[in-house]
Write a protein that binds this ligand. Structure first.
Ligand SMILES: [Zn+2]
Ligand SMILES: [Zn+2]
Length: 923
C-alpha cells in the first residue's frame, strides 16, 4: 500500500532518521552568496547561536532557547528568505581549565608539574574527545543550523580576530596595563571580572581594634584610635588610618601617627571626605593593596601599597610572623594576638555581602595586581547611542533600560586572566628597557631598544573578549577585502539575537561595544563609511524566559528538580517537548515546565498521525474507485470554488485565518499564541469537526457522485498538506515524515522545511462561511449537551425541535446531514415555539429541544439501583462507626475528622436520592 505509515506514532522511530538526513543532506547550509545571487539585505535573516561552552551539556534552558530560535529560523526559511543560523562553541577559559585540571589531578599530577605547553596539549586532546557534546545533542534535536560554518573560539581564524582587536585597541590607546585592585580567585589563581563574582549574605563579624596614638616624642601617648574591620588579617598591610576631616571626635588627632599593632609600624592618620562618620567608629584602616576604596584613598594621598598575600591567599613575607598562613587561619591568629595585647576593643555581629567566584565558589579576595584593562568609555558611548537611537531593539522592551543602566555605570574592563587555556596576550616584556611590545606578528626583538631579551606575557584574555567579537569575526573580520566581503555584506548586522538574561552584560553588551567599534573598519559595499545603524552586531535582541519546574522553582542540582531534556525527549519525542515549550513561551514570563502538558502534546502528535492515516486510507479507496489527487495541486494555499459545500469553504477560511494568526504571532515572538492557534485549528476545527463532516462526502460506492467525492477529497488533502507546513516549524520531525508520505515518496522538495510557509489571503477568510459554520457548531453543541442532560443513550438518534430566525433557517436546512450525523438527529422540526414540557436550550439565534421519551428496562434499572443503594449504605455505616469511636475522633487531626464527616454527608445525600429514584420506579 502506498503512503504506508505505521499504525502507531513512535517518535523515536522517525526522529533519529530525519535528524541525520537533515545534516547529511546539508539542508540548512547557507553558502556564501555569489555575486549573481544579488545581495539584497532585506531578504536575509540570520542569528548567531549563543555559543555553548565546549564543556557544556544540553539543559532545559538550551532546549527552550533552541526551540524558539529554530521555530523562527524554519519560519523565515519557509518564507523564502536567505536564512543562516550559525553555530559554534566557546573555549570557556576558566571552566575548561578547571575540568582538565581535575582530570590531571586524578592521575596524580598537577597542571604545574605538566607545564604550560603540555597542559594546553591536554586541553586540546580533551576537546577532541569530549568537546561539543552539546552540538551533537543539537543535531539529534534537529536544530536547523548551518553545520558547515561551525566554529570554535580558539580556531586559527577567530584567534587572528582576537589578536587584531587587542593590538588595535592598544594602538588606539584604549588598552593599558596597571596595578589595580581586582577580584582575585585564590583557587583559580586568576583575576576575574565583576560579573564573574556572585554575592551572598553571610553572618560575620565586625572587629574593633585599638591602634595606639604616638606622641611628639615618638612614644605611645596611652590614647587609642579604634577602627572597625570585617577582614582583620588585612591590617598587616595597613598604611594609614582615615577619618573624616570634620569629625569633631578626632580633630585633635589631625597630623598625628599611630602604631600599627602586631607589625610595629608607624602609620599616619589622614583625613578624607570619603570616610563615613556613621560607620563603625568613624575611623577606617587604609589597606590599598586589598580593598578598592582603600586603593583610591591611597592614590589620593600618595600612600604605598603593601600586598600581604600571595596568589593562593596565603600570607606572604610582607606579613611578618604570619607568613605562610592561609588568610582565614591568619585571621584567627591576628584576632587572638590582638586580644592578648589588649588591643581588641570589641566584636560585633555583622552581615557581610561576600563575593564568591562564579566558577568554583571560593571566596574572592580583592587584591592589588598587575592586569590589562580596556578604557571602556569610548566603546560604551557608542553602545549606549546604538540602543538610545533605536538601532537595536529589545524584546521585552524593559531590558533596554536594564542594559542602559549598566552601560552608563560601566567600569574599565579587566581583560587579563592568569590562566593557561585561552588567547595569550600578544604583549612582550623587555627585561632590558622594561617596555612592552604589542604586535600582530610574534616579535623577535624589543620594539623600543632592539634587545632580544623579551618574553611574552603569561596572561590570557578573558573568554568574553573573543566571544564579544563573534559577530564580526565569524563573517571574516579582520582581513575583509573587496573579494571576500559577501558574507559580511549579506549577514552583518545579524537580524536577531535570542538569548537569556544571565548573559546580557557578559556577552550581549560586549558584542554591542565591540561590534559597533570594529565593524567600522569595514566600509559599506558602495565604499561609503559605515553608520552607527549599520555597525550594530544585531538589530534585535529577544531575551527569553527561564524554564522552571512545575512548581515554579528554579531547577538546580542541589534541589534535585532538574529535568534532562534528552530524557524527556526519549519519553515523549522531540516534537511534543518542543510544542510544550513553544506553547508556554510568552515574552517576560518564566515557564513552569509541566510533564502533563507534554503528555497532552504527545496526544496531539498522535492525533495528527491518525488524521494522516485516515487521509491515506481514503486516498487509497479513491484510487481504487478511479479517483486520484494530482500532487501538482499541492504545496499552495488551499482554495475553494464559490459554490462548494459549506464545510469546504469553512475549513479553507479557517485555515487562512489560522495562518494569519500564526504569522502575526511569530512576528512579535508570541510563540505561545502561534502554537495555540495551530493546536486549536488542527485538533478542533480540522480533526473534531471537518474530518467528521467530510466523511459524508467521501462516498466511493458505485453510482455515488464522483465529482462531489473528488472535490471533497482534494480539499481534504490540500488543507491537510498546508496544515503540515504550518505546523512544521513547531514539530519538524512528525511533519517531515507525514509530508513525505503525502507525496508517496515523490516529494516536490528534499524536505518540508524547504517548502513555503502558508501566507494568508484575506479574501479567502470568507466571513459568511465562518458565521454559518459557527451557527451549525453551536447548534450541534447544544443538542449534544441536551442529549447528555436528559440521558439519551450514545447510539440512539432522536428528533429535535428548533425555533430559529428566518434568515439563518436555510443554513440549517441546507446542511441537515451535518447536524444529523454530528448530533445524532433523525429529524429537524422547525417550530415557532418549543413544545411545552420539553427541556430546551436557548441562544441568541435559536431555541432547541430534544424530543425523547426514555424507555427503560424497569427490572434491570431496579437491580442497578439496589446495588448502588447497598454500596452507599455500607459507606454511611462505616463512616458512622469511625465517627462514633471516641478513640479515633480524639486522636485524628481535625481536618481528617472534618473530611470524614463531609464524606458521610455526601454519601447520605446520594443514598436519599437513590432511594427516591427507586420509589418512583416502583421497584
Ligand atoms: Zn575560582
Ligand atoms: Zn627593550
Amino acid at each position: 500500500m502506498p503512503h504506508d505509515l505505521p499504525k502507531a506514532y513512535d517518535p523515536t522511530a522517525i526522529e533519529d532518521h530525519w535528524a541525520e538526513y537533515w545534516v547529511s543532506e546539508k539542508l540548512f547550509t547557507q553558502p556564501t552568496p555569489q555575486k549573481e545571487d544579488g545581495l539584497d539585505h532585506q531578504s536575509s535573516f540570520d542569528i548567531l547561536l549563543p555559543p555553548p561552552n565546549v564543556t557544556g551539556n544540553l539543559h532545559m534552558g538550551h532546549m527552550f532557547e533552541h526551540t524558539e530560535s529554530d521555530i523562527l529560523m524554519r519560519w523565515h526559511r519557509m518564507r523564502g528568505e536567505r536564512v543562516l543560523w550559525l553555530p559554534g562553541t566557546d573555549h570557556a577559559g576558566i571552566a575548561t581549565q578547571m575540568l582538565v585540571e581535575r582530570q590531571v589531578v586524578s592521575e596524580g599530577s598537577t597542571r604545574q608539574q605538566l607545564g604550560r605547553d603540555a597542559f594546553i596539549k591536554r586541553v586540546w586532546q580533551w576537546r577532541e574527545h569530549y568537546g561539543g557534546t552539546i552540538l551533537s545533542q543539537m543535531k539529534r534535536l534537529g536544530a536547523s543550523v548551518d553545520w558547515d560554518r561551525e566554529y570554535f573560539t580558539m580556531d586559527e581564524r577567530l584567534s587572528v580576530a582576537v589578536r587584531e582587536a587587542f593590538v588595535k585597541l592598544y594602538e588606539q590607546d584604549l588598552i593599558y596595563r596597571g596595578a589595580y585592585i581586582v577580584n582575585w580567585c585564590p583557587r583559580c589563581q586568576t583575576a576575574i571580572s565583576d560579573l564573574e563574582v556572585v554575592y551572598d549574605e553571610h553572618k560575620g563579624h565586625l572587629w574593633e581594634i585599638r591602634y595606639p596614638v604616638i606622641g611628639e616624642d615618638g612614644k605611645d601617648t596611652g590614647e587609642f584610635l579604634t577602627i572597625a574591620t570585617t577582614r582583620p588579617e588585612t591590617m598587616l598591610g595597613d598604611v594609614a588610618v582615615a577619618i573624616h576631616p570634620e569629625d569633631e571626635r578626632y580633630t585633635h588627632l589631625h597630623g598625628k601617627k599611630l602604631r600599627l599593632p602586631l607589625m610595629d609600624r608607624e602609620i599616619p592618620i589622614i583625613t578624607d571626605d570619603w570616610v563615613s562618620r556613621e560607620f563603625g567608629t568613624g575611623a577606617v584602616k587604609v589597606t590599598p593593596a586589598h580593598d578598592p576604596n582603600d586603593f583610591a584613598l591611597g592614590q589620593r594621598h600618595n600612600l604605598p601599597s603593601i600586598n600581604v598575600m600571595d596568589d593562593t591567599a596565603h600570607i606572604n613575607d610582607q606579613g611578618g610572623k604570619y607568613k605562610g598562613l592561609d588568610r582565614f587561619v591568619a585571621r584567627k591568629e591576628v584576632v587572638a594576638d590582638l586580644e592578648a595585647h589588649g588591643l581588641l576593643a570589641g566584636i560585633k555581629d555583622h552581615v557581610n555581602n561576600i563575593g564568591h567566584c562564579d566558577r568554583c565558589k571560593t571566596i574572592v579576595e580583592p587584591r592589588l595586581s598587575l592586569q590589562w584593562f580596556i578604557k571602556i568609555q569610548p566603546l560604551a558611548d557608542k553602545a549606549i547611542a546604538a540602543v538610545k537611537e533605536g538601532h537595536i531593539k529589545f524584546t521585552p522592551e524593559m531590558y533596554a533600560k536594564t542594559y542602559l543602566n549598566w552601560m552608563e555605570k560601566i567600569h574599565d574592563w579587566c581583560i587579563s586572566r592568569q590562566l593557561w587555556w585561552g588567547h595569550r596576550i600578544p604583549a612582550w616584556h623587555c627585561s632590558v628597557c622594561h617596555k612592552t611590545t604589542v604586535s600582530r606578528e610574534d616579535p623577535t626583538k624589543c620594539a623600543h631598544c632592539g634587545s632580544d631579551k623579551i618574553e611574552q606575557s603569561t596572561d590570557v584574555l578573558d573568554t568574553w573578549f573573543s566571544s564579544g567579537l563573534l559577530p564580526v569575526s565569524v563573517f571574516g573580520w579582520p582581513g575583509i577585502t573587496s573579494e571576500n566581503r559577501r558574507d559580511f555584506d549579506t549577514f552583518y548586522p545579524t537580524s536577531l539575537l535570542v538569548t537569556g538574561f544571565d548573559i546580557l552584560f557578559f556577552w550581549v553588551a560586549r558584542m554591542i561595544m565591540m561590534g559597533c567599534w570594529f565593524s567600522l573598519d569595514v566600509p559599506m559595499p558602495d565604499g561609503s563609511p559605515r553608520s552607527l545603524a549599520e555597525s550594530v552586531p544585531f538589530r534585535e535582541v529577544y531575551i527569553h524566559a527561564l524554564v522552571r519546574d512545575a512548581n515554579r522553582e528554579k531547577m538546580s542540582k542541589t534541589k534535585g528538580n532538574v529535568i534532562d531534556p534528552i530524557e524527556i525527549v526519549k519519553q515523549y519525542g522531540t516534537d511534543a517537548v518542543r510544542f510544550t515549550l513553544a506553547s508556554m513561551a510568552s515574552p517576560g514570563t518564566d515557564i513552569a515546565f509541566n510533564v502533563a502538558r507534554t503528555e497532552g502534546y504527545r496526544a496531539f502528535a498522535n492525533k495528527i498521525w491518525n488524521a494522516a492515516r485516515f487521509l491515506f486510507m481514503n486516498i487509497d479507496r479513491a484510487a481504487d474507485a478511479g479517483i486520484t489527487i494530482d500532487a501538482a495541486s499541492l504545496g499552495f494555499m488551499p482554495t475553494v470554488e464559490p459554490g462548494a459545500p459549506l464545510e469546504s469553504r469553512w475549513i479553507v477560511a479557517e485555515f487562512h485565518a489560522t495562518a494569519d494568526k500564526v504569522n502575526s504571532a511569530l512576528a512579535i515572538y508570541r510563540f505561545d499564541d502561534a502554537a495555540n492557534a495551530i493546536y486549536q485549528f488542527f485538533w478542533g476545527s480540522f480533526c473534531d469537526w471537518y474530518l467528521e463532516i467530510v466523511k459524508l462526502s467521501l462516498d466511493f460506492n458505485e453510482g455515488a457522485d464522483k465529482g462531489r467525492t473528488t472535490a471533497a477529497l482534494s480539499t481534504l488533502v490540500g488543507v491537510f498538506e498546508a496544515s503540515l507546513r504550518l505546523l512544521s516549524p513547531f514539530m519538524p520531525f512528525l511533519t517531515e515524515e507525514i509530508w513525505h508520505a503525502v507525496y508517496d515518496g515523490k516529494p516536490t522538495a528534499k524536505s518540508i522545511a524547504l517548502t513555503h510557509f502558508p501566507q494568508p489571503d484575506s479574501a479567502a477568510m470568507e466571513p459568511a462561511a465562518l458565521d454559518q459554520m459557527g451557527l451549525l457548531q453551536s447548534l450541534i453543541v447544544e443538542v449534544r449537551a441536551l442529549r447528555k442532560e436528559i440521558g439519551v443513550e450514545e447510539k440512539v438518534a432522536v428528533p429535535i425541535e428548533l425555533r430559529i430566525d428566518g434568515q439563518v433557517k436555510n443554513v440549517v436546512s441546507e446542511n441537515r446531514p451535518i447536524i444529523e450525523r454530528l448530533a445524532r438527529v433523525t429529524e429537524v422540526r422547525f417550530v415557532n415555539q418549543i413544545s411545552g414540557g420539553l427541556a430546551k436550550h436557548a441562544t441568541s439565534q435559536f431555541d432547541v429541544s430534544v424530543v425523547y421519551e426514555r424507555k427503560i428496562d424497569v427490572a434491570a434499572e431496579c437491580e442497578k439501583l439496589n446495588k448502588e443503594i447497598a454500596k452507599q449504605e455500607k459507606n454511611v455505616a462505616s463512616s458512622d462507626r469511625q465517627l462514633g469511636n471516641p478513640a479515633f475522633t480524639a486522636k485524628a487531626p481535625t481536618h481528617i475528622v472534618e473530611g470524614l464527616k463531609k464524606q458521610r454527608d455526601e454519601a447520605q445525600h446520594l443514598l436519599d436520592k437513590l432511594r427516591s429514584d427507586r420509589d418512583s420506579l416502583g421497584c
